[in-house]
Design a protein around this ligand. Structure first.
Ligand code: SAM
Length: 197
C-alpha cells in the first residue's frame, strides 16, 4: 500500500504565508486581551495592531517602537481614537513613561527576535504590568519558512520559555501554531500568592 504523505503542503508555505495569516493572528490577540483596559504593544512598527486594539471602547493602547518612522500621522488616526492610542518612540527596555503595575496586557508581534537584550525588555514589561497582567508574544520560530526566507536569528520555543521564566513570569505557555510557523507565547506577571510558591 502506498504511504500517505504527512509533509506540509509547501505551496501553502509561500512568501505571503505570514501576510495571509496576520488577520487571524490579530483576531486571536484581540481575544486574548479582550478584558484589558490598558494595553501595550511592544515593537509596534506602523501601529496596525495597536490601532486595531484601540478600537475597543474604553481601552487605551500605547504602541512603543524604537524607530518611530512608520507611525501613522496624527491626521490619519480616526478622531475618536486619538485619545485612546499613543505611539511612542522608545526602547522597550526603558518604559519610564509608563507607571509600574499600570498595564493590563502587553502584546508583541514579530519583534522579540529583533530586540537587543530581550531579557531586559521582558523584565521592564513585567514592571509595568499589573499583578496577574498578561503578556502575549507572537514571533517567527527558528525552524520556519521565515528563517528560509529572511535568514534572521529567530528563537526556538524553549528559548522563549527560558527568557520568560528568567524574567520572572508565571503560567508560561509557549506553543507553535499555524503549521508550526509561528511562536505563540503567553505568560503572566505573578499574583502575590504565586510568588510565595
Ligand atoms: C518586524 S517589525 C514588527 C512590527 C510590528 N509589530 C508588526 O507586527 O508589523 C519589529 C519592530 O520591532 C522594533 N524594535 C526592535 N527592537 C526594539 C526595542 N528594543 N524596543 C522597541 N521596539 C523595537 C523595530 O523597530 C521594528 O519596528
Amino acid at each position: 500500500m502506498a504511504k500517505t504523505s504527512v509533509a506540509p503542503d509547501e505551496s501553502d508555505l509561500s512568501e505571503d504565508f505570514y501576510q495571509r495569516i496576520e488577520p487571524l493572528l490579530y483576531r486571536r490577540i484581540a481575544r486574548e486581551v479582550r478584558d484589558a483596559e490598558r494595553v501595550l504593544d511592544l515593537g509596534c512598527g506602523g501601529c496596525e495592531l495597536a490601532r486595531r486594539l484601540a478600537s475597543a471602547p474604553g481601552r487605551k493602547v500605547i504602541g512603543v517602537d524604537v524607530h518611530g518612522d512608520s507611525f501613522p500621522e496624527r491626521d490619519a488616526i480616526e478622531p475618536g481614537m486619538r485619545r485612546r492610542l499613543r505611539c511612542i518612540k522608545a526602547d522597550a527596555r526603558r518604559l519610564e513613561f509608563v507607571r509600574s503595575s499600570s498595564i493590563d496586557a502587553a502584546v508583541s508581534t514579530w519583534a522579540l527576535h529583533e530586540m537587543e537584550r530581550a531579557s531586559e525588555v521582558l523584565i521592564e514589561v513585567r514592571r509595568v504590568l499589573r499583578r496577574g497582567g498578561k503578556l502575549v508574544i507572537v514571533d517567527f520560530p527558528h525552524d520556519s519558512i521565515a528563517k528560509r526566507l529572511w535568514r534572521e536569528n529567530y528563537y526556538r520555543p524553549e528559548e522563549v520559555h527560558g527568557l520568560l521564566r528568567g524574567a520572572g513570569y508565571t503560567r508560561i505557555s509557549v506553543r507553535l501554531v499555524q503549521r508550526n510557523q509561528v511562536i505563540w507565547a503567553r505568560a503572566f506577571k505573578p499574583l502575590p500568592k504565586e510568588e510565595e510558591t
